[in-house]
Design a protein around this ligand. Structure first.
Ligand SMILES: NC(=O)c1ccc[n+]([C@@H]2O[C@H](COP(=O)([O-])OP(=O)(O)OC[C@H]3O[C@@H](n4cnc5c(N)ncnc54)[C@H](OP(=O)(O)O)[C@@H]3O)[C@@H](O)[C@H]2O)c1
Length: 491
């Protein structure tokens, strides 16, 4: 059993806490993964008692507990819940927090501070915690979990990192990218490094290109305050999609320990060919959704969403072409793409292989051979699929695409949520699935030239109809006419 701790959630009334953290803690409770004395403290501006917070948590969990709420699990979880009322910017609130953390004899000495608040608060909260000695590790450990986005660009990430490091050591900081907690994403490592047969194919000699995409059918919902001005490139590509790229492209690490793994990921990011300002339009594309139709219902355009400025040029769709200048990947394009209000919600890594070197079937009825694809679907269905060519039954020599599906296809609904795995890793002190600062820094360096140019071009942005797969103009990123986006497992 892992060590007991006091887990403090800043932003306990927010979207992330309600939708992800509290359900994850409930499921960890159900799985018996929380040590007996572990406590969960909500920190927030509401004037709530412990009982009010427990009732709120129950409400939040009612719709989100897998398989329905189990009263016994809820009872055990509720016994751990306490609430500390206060404003994040108020030093006295941190005095109250310290008293709560030190006052009760049953309170564990180990602490996790989860910053589920806007990134603009991270530095200040770290300083206020330190002012009360809550960063001190002489009695037990003290860990700080920060959510993405880590910074707004390269410069602000650097400033934030220096600010956090003045109070917390690198070993205390856990920078979350929840995509790394998804089991299919981790499966990329297993798939690559536990199956020798792939290794000879995994390079520029056999792979034509790689696509990494994350599409969402939903719009920005109530999150204009966060999203407008941030946009798709920062929200998805700088973090999740570049992380997936590192897992696809990295060399085998000498071991799976956190430092070895992260060293290899950083090497990939450092090897990405920088995009000079004059080449930004050849490598990057952005657009914004306009009103459209999704599953038969009319949906508003981005500019009509509540809280969005009427002339906002924030991109809700972004695509990026990258090259990794190393021995393995030189000149293999990696296409990254994300969008909101697309035709469906799906995250996919799609690897297209080259055509066979000789067209042996030229003089048969086969018009054109389809290339092989390897598809790693991340969500909503976790699936691995290989598309191969086989002969059609019958007298003529014709081919058809057959799909070999790995059995993980059927596991989807019972999979644990990424936040369960990640919270457990924080408690266990395992940094493997968290970002080291140099990863964040190099990821910002990749997208920074694009963001800088886009920031100067605010007068016009391409649009696409909500409910489609985005603008056709994004195809201009492809190196060749026979390359096209894969929108999901089936096409
Ligand atoms: N939501 C997600 O799915 C998601 C996914 C990935 C990353 N993130 C990141 O997670 C963080 C939180 O996102 P979110 O969507 O949960 O935001 P949110 O719904 O806006 O919640 C923000 C939380 O911060 C609290 N807060 C704001 N100012 C405060 C203050 N002065 N004193 C005390 N509490 C204060 C709010 O409390 P009140 O209720 O009192 O306003 C609320 O609980 C952000 O960094 C976001 O980028 C979120």
């Amino acid at each position: 059993m892992n060590e007991p701790c006091a887990l403090v959630i800043f932003g306990s009334t927010g979207n992330l806490a309600r939708n992800k953290l509290l359900p994850a803690l409930y499921h960890l409770e159900a799985a018996g993964q929380l040590a007996g004395p572990t406590r969960i403290l909500g920190f927030g501006r509401r004037n709530w008692s412990d009982g009010d917070w427990q009732a709120e948590v129950e409400r939040a969990l009612a719709e989100r507990a897998r398989g329905g709420l189990d009263p016994e699990v809820l009872r055990r979880l509720a016994a751990r819940l306490q609430f500390v009322s206060g404003d994040l910017t108020e030093p006295e609130a941190f005095v109250r927090l310290r008293e709560r953390l030190r006052g009760d004899g049953g309170m564990p000495v180990n602490r996790v501070f989860y910053l589920a608040v806007a990134p603009s608060h991270y530095g200040e909260v770290a300083e206020l915690l330190a002012a009360e000695g809550l960063n001190d590790q002489s009695d037990g450990w003290s860990r700080l979990v920060v959510e993405k986005p880590f910074g707004f660009d390269l410069e602000s990430a650097q400033i934030l990192d220096e600010r956090l490091h003045r109070r917390f050591g690198e070993d205390q900081i856990y920078r979350i990218d929840h995509y790394l907690g998804k089991s299919t994403v981790q499966n990329v490592l297993v798939f690559r490094f536990a199956n020798l047969m792939l290794e000879p194919l995994w390079n520029r000699n056999y792979i034509d290109h790689v696509q990494i995409s994350h599409g969402e059918a939903r719009g920005i919902e109530e999150r204009a305050g966060f999203y407008d001005g941030v946009g798709a490139m920062r929200d998805m590509i700088q973090s999740h999609l570049l992380q997936m790229l590192t897992l696809v492209a990295m060399e085998p690490p000498p071991s799976l320990d956190a430092e070895a793994l992260r060293d290899e990921k950083v090497k990939v990011l450092r090897s990405i060919r920088p995009i000079p300002r004059q080449a930004v339009h050849a490598h990057a594309f952005r657009a914004q959704y306009r009103a459209g139709e999704l599953k038969g219902a009319k949906v508003p355009g981005y500019l009509e969403e509540p809280g969005v400025g009427h002339n906002s040029a924030t991109e809700t769709y972004a695509a990026l072409k990258l090259y990794i200048d190393n021995w393995r990947w030189r000149n293999v394009p990696f296409y990254l793409r994300t969008g909101k209000r697309l035709a469906a919600t799906n995250s996919l890594i799609a690897i297209r292989f080259k055509h066979p070197p000789q067209q042996l079937f030229r003089h048969t009825a086969i018009e054109q051979l389809e290339p092989n694809w390897l598809l790693l679907n991340i969500q909503p269905n976790e699936c691995m699929r290989v598309e191969i060519q086989v002969k059609q039954p019958g007298l003529q020599m014709r081919t058809q695409t057959e799909r070999l599906d790995a059995s993980t296809c059927t596991l989807g609904s019972s999979q644990i949520d990424a936040y369960e795995a990640l919270i457990l890793d924080v408690i266990e002190g395992d940094h493997s699935l968290f970002l080291r600062y140099d990863e964040v820094n190099w990821a910002w360096r990749v997208v920074d030239p694009v963001l800088k140019l886009w920031a100067t071009e605010r007068d016009f942005i391409q649009t696409y109809s909500a409910g489609t797969w985005g603008p056709g103009e994004a195809n201009r990123l492809f190196d060749r006419d026979d390359q096209d986006w894969r929108n999901g497992l089936d096409g």
